[in-house]
Design a protein around this ligand. Structure first.
Ligand SMILES: Nc1nc2c(c(=O)[nH]1)N[C@H]1C(S)=C(S)[C@@H](COP(=O)(O)OP(=O)(O)OC[C@H]3O[C@@H](n4cnc5c(=O)[nH]c(N)nc54)[C@H](O)[C@@H]3O)O[C@H]1N2
Ligand SMILES: Nc1nc2c(c(=O)[nH]1)N[C@H]1C(S)=C(S)[C@@H](COP(=O)(O)OP(=O)(O)OC[C@H]3O[C@@H](n4cnc5c(=O)[nH]c(N)nc54)[C@H](O)[C@@H]3O)O[C@H]1N2
Ligand code: SF4
Ligand SMILES: [Mo]
Length: 676
């Protein structure tokens, strides 16, 4: 038995360091690395069960070609050479008849490795001249809102949150989605901190917190503005900090006078009493730390919600105090040399069109400038993309050639013409950054590729040769690419970080300094000050001051429908691992007793959930964990014909959020009826 170091590749903020046991070329155990300062030996159940995923009996072992109609999951084995020949033929034919823009790559972060998620693939598709994809399905609205306010997606070092005396988890289900932030908050709690969760439902984190504040969907900006109103009214502002480090405080003070506690209470559903207590607690506790989640920004007004919350720490002078501040995402600190890594200079001029990944359905159904070849990797769009009725209608097109590179026959493979087997990250060399903690980590392979599987890196390097691309960048080895990526002169935090140190130590902590980092360092577009009033937003046609804006979904359907992740899957990853499925039991619809009674729905009954976009069947779970007017289904389950289950994204919209081209999954409205 050999015990080796690895990194968790999943799209999870924690980016854990792993210790992996390998026997006879197989992984027998995955555990948390006890030496890693953030992981500290603890990992989630999902990844402890990774041996069952990596050596799953359904793991794809060789390329396959479709033999039946689309949607019938009939394939025959072919060789890699045959697969490459076919891809080349399809690319060339699409380019000749419709131009290279008729080829669309579709990928996300199924594997967060820098080379495999946003490295050789980018070089390849840039050189090909394919349509560009805006990868906006996850955090882009909120990150844009945070950056407008703070100047960058840079917040508090989460390791410092142990010093906080008050922690707000705002639209963030940490117990399930960021477990090491929960463990750090536990340490803070032992030192006397109070933990508050602000959420639309009483989720696992709300149950663990000291105080749960239930809020109506999409009204968090109003709550933040109500807090500002009270902070100003009760003289709880750090005037010195505000004068020195913010812009537009006069305008903000005048603006928030309209957000009276009574008015905010009506909008948010939070009582005046709770609102005042929260504002006073926030205004009188130092250090205070806000972990801003992704859930609250999957809304029409998601950018503005995060932008509004991001103003709070500046008003009470929390930046520059160890343990104070806020964190939406920390990707800024680990900014790599993306120009060298991804080679955007290989793109043709004029630049190819760019397609928002949240509007895949429309893109596939577009006939003027059609997509003729869709190339999917690191993602499962037939589950995760909104408005599945349209997505699947598009995927079913006979004149669309679809390639899917994955480890399993996902629901997307169901529509593929070619399926290509992908390695797991345990089989690759790659570099990992985190969008939460400040460690860069190197992942070296611990087993050889399973079957004939290839990494994304190898696949796109091979395809470059197949297509006859002669640029030297397609000869790079993994190590060369990592070395290139680390050379970013514009990022002082990367100075001195080398492949060798990463290989020797496994990780390096980026030396972000909480004092200079935030008091003056955040390179804001408004002269290194926190933009309470944002001229940049004004220029972009957005409200320059934090503002509550309503959701845009047609209110023809009475119930809000929110579909956040569950505890045991990672998006749709893990939805085919029996032990994880068993832990989640079944896809359910949680609804409040009043809403159930009104519709004659009984506990455990099958219900139809529908709107104009589609209709799905779920098992009713009647509970006061949700508020009246809101129904919740957790987790992105795989389609199951026996259960009659289809993706919750049948009901969600391709509508784009107010900023960053973000997704609006949680602004959906539906009606529910007992299934007859
Ligand atoms: N176990 C597990 N962990 C994961 C994932 C997973 O699928 N499973 N996915 C990973 C990924 S890709 C991401 S982006 C993160 C997401 O993790 P988080 O940042 O925690 O975001 P969500 O879980 O989407 O939503 C958090 C909470 O916000 C609530 N919410 C919805 N609308 C609102 C609102 O208007 N206001 C407020 N205050 N709350 C609202 C949701 O119901 C949910 O309880 O988790 C990562 N980690
Ligand atoms: N209704 C609703 N929809 C949502 C969300 C929600 O909360 N509610 N969350 C949204 C968010 S925040 C996100 S981030 C997206 C996530 O959407 P995706 O990124 O598509 O996430 P997954 O469903 O995990 O699919 C990742 C796929 O990549 C594959 N994969 C893993 N490693 C590799 C590799 O090395 N190579 C290749 N080729 N494939 C690999 C996995 O097997 C898996 O099938 O979903 C979004 N969709
Ligand atoms: S999914 Fe998240 S918590 Fe689980 S092992 Fe991976 S990084 Fe750690
Ligand atoms: Mo995400």
């Amino acid at each position: 038995m050999q015990r080796m170091r690895s990194v968790c590749p999943l799209d999870c903020p924690d980016t854990c360091s792993l210790m992996v046991d390998v026997e006879d070329g197989k992984i027998t155990r995955v555990a948390g690395n006890p030496d890693h300062p953030v992981t500290k030996g603890a990992i989630c159940h999902k990844v402890r069960r990774f041996p069952e995923r990596v050596h799953h009996p359904d793991r794809l072992l060789h390329p396959m070609r479709r033999t039946g109609p689309k949607g019938a999951m009939q394939f025959e084995r072919i060789s890699w050479d045959e697969a490459y020949d076919e891809i080349k033929r399809q690319f060339e034919s699409a380019i000749e008849k419709h131009g290279a823009e008729s080829i669309l790559p579709y990928s996300f972060y199924g594997n967060m490795g820098v080379l495999n998620a946003e490295g050789m693939d980018r070089r390849f598709f840039h050189r090909l001249g394919a349509s560009r994809l805006e990868r906006t399905i996850c955090n882009s609205a909120g990150s844009a809102g945070f950056a407008y306010t703070m100047g960058a997606t840079a917040g508090t070092d989460p390791e410092d949150s142990i010093y906080a005396k008050l922690i707000l988890f705002w639209g963030c289900n940490v117990v399930s989605t960021n477990m090491h932030q929960m463990l750090l908050a536990e340490q803070a709690r032992k030192r006397g901190a109070k933990i508050v969760v602000i959420d639309v439902h009483n989720n696992r984190s709300a149950k663990w917190a000291d105080w749960f504040i239930q809020i109506r969907p999409g009204t968090d900006a109003a709550l933040a503005l109500g807090m500002m109103h009270i902070l100003i009214r009760d003289h709880l502002i750090d005037e010195e900090f505000v004068d020195e480090y913010t812009l537009g405080s006069g305008q903000l003070k005048e603006h928030v006078s309209q957000y009276t506690p009574q008015k905010v209470s009506v909008t948010t559903g939070v009582s005046v009493e709770d609102l005042c207590s929260l504002a006073q607690l926030y205004g009188t506790t130092t250090p205070s730390f806000i972990r801003i989640g992704n859930g609250l920004q999957h809304h029409d007004n998601g950018g503005m919600i995060v932008r509004s919350i991001a103003c709070l720490p500046a008003l009470t002078g929390q930046w520059g105090i160890r343990g104070g501040g806020a964190l939406k995402g920390n990707s800024y600190y680990a900014a790599l040399n993306t120009r060298a890594l991804q080679r955007p200079d290989l793109l043709p001029r004029p630049l190819p069109r760019s397609i928002n990944m949240n509007q895949l359905g429309d893109a596939l159904l577009e006939t003027e400038r059609p997509v003729k070849v869709l190339f999917v990797y690191n993602s499962n769009p037939a589950q995760v993309a909104p408005d599945q009725t349209k997505v699947r209608q598009g995927l079913l097109r006979d004149d669309l050639f679809t390639v899917v590179h994955d480890l399993f026959l996902t629901d997307t493979c169901n529509y593929a013409d070619l399926v290509l087997p992908a390695t797991s990250h345990f089989e690759n060399l790659d570099l990992y950054k985190s969008y939460w903690h400040l460690y860069l980590q190197l992942n070296e392979p611990v087993i050889s590729p399973v079957g004939e599987s290839k990494s994304n890196f190898t696949l796109f390097k091979d395809l470059a040769k197949v297509m006859g691309f002669t640029e030297a960048c397609f000869d790079d080895t993994e190590q060369e690419m990592i070395e290139t990526a680390l050379q970013n002169e514009n990022n002082p935090y990367l100075r001195g970080v080398t492949f060798q140190t990463l290989s020797d130590q496994g990780w390096v902590k980026l030396p972000a300094d909480f004092e200079t980092g935030h008091r003056t360092g955040a390179p804001t577009p408004t002269g290194k000050k926190v933009a309470l009033y944002s001229k940049q937003m004004e220029r972009a046609g957005l409200a320059p001051l934090p503002t509550h804006q309503g959701l845009r979904e047609d209110d023809h359907y009475p119930l809000y429908f929110t579909t956040p992740p569950n505890h045991h899957f990672l998006n749709s990853t893990g939805g085919n691992v029996p032990v994880l499925m068993a832990a989640e039991r079944r896809p359910t619809l949680q609804l409040h007793p009043a809403d159930a009674k009104h519709r004659n729905v009984e506990q455990g009954q099958l219900v139809k959930v529908f709107n104009d976009r589609g209709s799905i069947v779920l098992l009713a779970d009647i509970t006061t964990d949700v508020q009246p007017g809101l129904v919740i289904s957790q987790g992105l389950w795989w389609d199951d014909d026996d259960l009659g289950y289809q993706s919750v994204n049948m009901l969600t919209s391709q509508r784009i959020a107010d900023m960053g081209g973000g997704a609006t999954f949680f602004s959906t409205r539906v009606e529910v009826r007992p299934l007859t």
